[in-house]
Ligand binder design. Structure first.
Ligand code: S3P
Length: 179
C-alpha cells in the first residue's frame, strides 16, 4: 500500500469543517483546499447564486468534477474541505476513501442549529423554518458520513486536529507494515 498524502474533511453542513481545515493548515502546515471556494472561483459566483441561477444538479456536477481533479492528484500534505453534500455521489465517496484519509467531523445537531440559525449563505436551508429544514436534511444524511476512516468531535478543534494528525501517521505506518 502506498502512503496517503491527503486528508479530507467530510460532515454535515455547519459542523465546522472549514474552521478545522484552517486549524490544520495553520498549526501543522497543511496545504488547504476548500471545495466550496474552488467552485465559487471557477464559476465566478457565490454558492447561493449558483444554486439560484443554475440549480442544484449543476452545482453537484461541478462539485463532483473539482473533487475528482483534486483527489486524483493526491497533493502531498494537504487537506481537502468538502461541502456537506459532496459525499452524496458514490463515485466521490469511492475516490475519497481510496485516495485520502477521510475524517468525519461530527457536531451535535443543537450546535449546528445554533450556528446556522441566521445563516443566509446556504441555499438548501433558505425559505421556511430553518430548524425543521435542517432536521429533515440531517435525518436524510444521518448515515452519509459513516464511511470515514475516523470520526472526530467538533467541540474542540485543536484537539480534533491533533487526533487527525496522530491518526493519519498511524494509518500510514500500518499501511507500510502491510506492504
Ligand atoms: C451543502 C453544503 C454547503 C455547500 C452547499 C451545499 C450541502 O457546504 O457545499 O451549500 O448540500 O449540505 P457546508 O457543508 O460548508 O455548509
Amino acid at each position: 500500500m502506498r502512503r496517503i498524502a491527503m486528508i479530507s474533511l467530510i460532515g454535515f453542513t455547519g459542523a465546522g469543517k472549514s474552521s478545522l481545515g484552517r486549524v490544520l493548515a495553520m498549526r501543522y502546515g497543511f496545504l488547504l483546499w476548500d471545495l466550496d471556494h474552488m467552485i465559487e472561483r471557477k464559476e465566478n459566483m457565490s454558492i447561493a447564486e449558483i444554486f439560484a441561477e443554475k440549480g442544484e444538479s449543476y452545482f453537484r456536477e461541478v462539485e463532483g468534477n473539482i473533487l475528482k481533479n483534486i483527489v486524483s492528484q493526491g497533493f502531498s500534505n494537504s487537506v481537502l474541505v468538502t461541502g456537506g453534500g459532496a459525499v452524496l455521489r458514490e463515485q466521490s465517496r469511492a475516490l475519497l476513501i481510496s485516495r485520502s484519509f477521510v475524517i468525519h467531523l461530527h457536531a451535535d445537531f443543537k450546535v449546528i442549529v445554533q450556528r446556522l440559525l441566521h445563516d443566509k449563505s446556504r441555499p438548501l436551508l433558505q425559505g421556511g423554518d430553518m430548524e425543521s429544514t435542517l432536521a429533515q436534511l440531517h435525518a436524510k444524511r444521518e448515515h452519509a458520513y459513516e464511511f470515514a476512516h475516523l470520526t472526530v468531535d467538533s467541540r474542540d478543534l485543536e484537539e480534533a486536529a491533533a487526533k487527525i494528525v496522530g491518526g493519519w501517521y498511524e494509518f500510514n505506518r500500518r499501511s507500510q507494515i502491510l506492504i
